[in-house]
Ligand binder design. Structure first.
Ligand SMILES: [Zn+2]
Ligand SMILES: [Zn+2]
Length: 499
């Protein structure tokens, strides 16, 4: 059997680092905005690699690393706090929480991420860049970066636009006068003393340097690695063996591997994945906060559907929309323990098999227009049999998001047509058909026959049926739907909307 992608990744890790244990798998998080599904998805995917390593008898630890020493570059549009303007350029861990509930801006965002990750049940270790810098974890490698400064410059400078080259330095001191990090410029350094001379003289977006000039030691949180050097330095310091990242970071990853080696570490095994797109095909951006977030997704989909979406070929672009949620939900529910993906998708625990999928539930709710779970339980049990009744606890976990789906996407567009005399005749013929036939295939063929006999296109006839039965222009295969629901219920629905 061909290997699944996490298994291939695990194999690459073991080949590259045959004697390492446990393996360190990393995912990064930028807490300058609210966490979004990209971050959680990356953790889920990395966990898949951890599971595949475990299959090989290898131990691993999953580190979730928050870049909370990074300076705030702009106020995210979904945060209504104009006063943040005066904090632009400071590390996000040194800025007050815009919501007032946590010790800092980044503490709030980190907290949101951890809450989302805890819901997944994935074992992980949270690492705060600020905490590590302050603890001195980076001290030695910061000093090494000064010693090997020229080597680093040789790698990075050619990748910068000529006008940006003179100001670039691998280390960014935090101004001891104003606390900003994005506005400092290194003027000189002493590698032996591990100090830098700097001026707080730069302007970046809304951040303006305070004009201070000074010299300070770079350790214990008084400086951080600058852009382009940061990632590689982290790999070297923490000894990371594996990291995946979005396609937009391919070039950064290449540079970071070189930096990691210069700083005495080794390059991890890495993999890039395609980005998620919103409904209109645009990239879902964390700073704009557009598109579905994980919180949004789990309003309409189970965590397992999210896992499933993350499992599907990461190299394929995926759109997120009400349609995708439906598709992934159905496919995830249909998986059985015989499917090789099953144990990845259902890592948090297995679940019973039921003869009903998510879109069936949505169709039933749309058809009967009832949202009371107890009424639906009886109805669904009658239509789908005792397995549904026996596993109602599980079916309910599918029904809850299905009811949200109905409320958000179906109900607002639900429209039952006013019928013309011709349409009423078509429906009479349909009612006669469902009295006569009970099998899905015969019912389906019968619908085509009626359309032909009445010289209307089958497409228009199907649309009429969906509109009358479900209040929307499309739906499940009519033959199967009628067979499942039974002629009595279907004719009841038609009569209800004919009145
Ligand atoms: Zn807070
Ligand atoms: Zn300053």
């Amino acid at each position: 059997m061909s290997k699944l992608w996490p298994q291939l990744e695990a194999q690459r890790i073991v080949q590259r680092f045959p004697h390492t244990s446990p393996y360190l798998l990393e995912t990064g998080f930028g807490p300058s905005g609210h966490p979004h599904m990209g971050t959680v998805g990356e953790v889920v995917r990395t966990h898949y690699v951890a599971l595949a390593l475990a299959e090989l008898g290898k131990e691993s630890r999953l580190l979730v690393y928050s870049d909370d020493m990074d300076g705030l570059r702009k106020i995210p549009v979904n945060i209504d706090a104009p006063w943040l303007e005066e904090h632009l350029g400071k590390p996000v861990s040194a800025i007050p929480d815009p919501y007032g509930c946590c010790p800092s801006y980044s503490a709030h965002m980190n907290g949101e991420l951890l809450a989302m990750l805890d819901d997944t049940g994935i074992p992980y270790e949270f690492v705060s860049a600020t905490a590590e810098y302050k603890k001195g974890t980076f001290n030695q490698v910061l000093q090494l970066a000064l010693v090997r400064c020229q080597q680093i410059l040789n790698v990075i400078l050619p990748t910068l636009r000529p006008e940006n080259r003179p100001g670039w330095f691998p280390i960014m001191p935090i101004c001891e006068n104003c606390g900003q990090v994005n506005t400092t410029k290194v003027l000189g350094y002493d590698a032996e003393q591990a100090t830098v001379q700097y001026s707080c003289s730069e302007g970046l977006k809304g951040a303006v340097g305070c004009g201070y000039c000074g010299s300070q030691s770079i350790g214990d949180g008084r400086s951080k690695f600058g852009w382009k050097a940061d990632w590689g330095a982290r790999w070297a310091v923490l000894g990371i063996n594996y990291e995946m990242y979005g396609k937009d970071l391919i070039e950064s990853a290449k540079l970071s591997k070189q930096i990691a080696k210069i700083l005495g570490g080794s390059a991890p095994v890495d993999m890039f994945y395609e980005m998620f797109l919103d409904e209109s095909g645009r990239k879902i951006s964390k700073s704009v906060g557009k598109g579905l977030t994980v919180e949004n997704f789990t309003r309409w989909g189970t965590p397992e559907a999210l896992n499933y979406m993350m499992f599907k070929n990461p190299r394929q672009q995926k759109k997120l929309s009400s349609e995708t949620v439906l598709q992934y939900m159905d496919e995830a529910v249909k998986l059985t323990e015989a499917d090789p993906e099953y144990k990845y998708i259902y890592f948090a625990g297995s679940r019973p098999q039921v003869p009903i999928v998510y879109s069936d539930l949505i169709n039933i709710v749309s058809a009967v227009g009832v949202t009371d779970p107890e009424v639906l339980r009886e109805f669904i049990g009658e239509v789908y049999g005792p397995e549904v009744q026996e596993n109602w606890g599980y079916v309910k976990t599918l029904l809850a998001p299905a009811l949200n789906y109905y409320a958000d996407f179906i109900l607002p567009q639900r429209q039952f047509p006013v019928l013309s005399p011709e349409e009423n005749l078509l429906l009479d013929a349909f009612l006669a058909l469902i009295r006569r036939e009970t099998e899905a295939e015969a019912l389906q063929t019968g619908v085509y026959d009626i359309a032909r006999e009445n010289a209307i296109s089958p497409k228009d006839f199907f649309r009429l049926l969906y509109q009358v039965l479900l209040g929307k222009p499309s739906g499940p295969r009519i033959g199967s739907f009628v067979q499942q629901m039974g002629a009595d219920r279907i004719s009841g629905l038609i009569e209800k909307h004919r009145k």
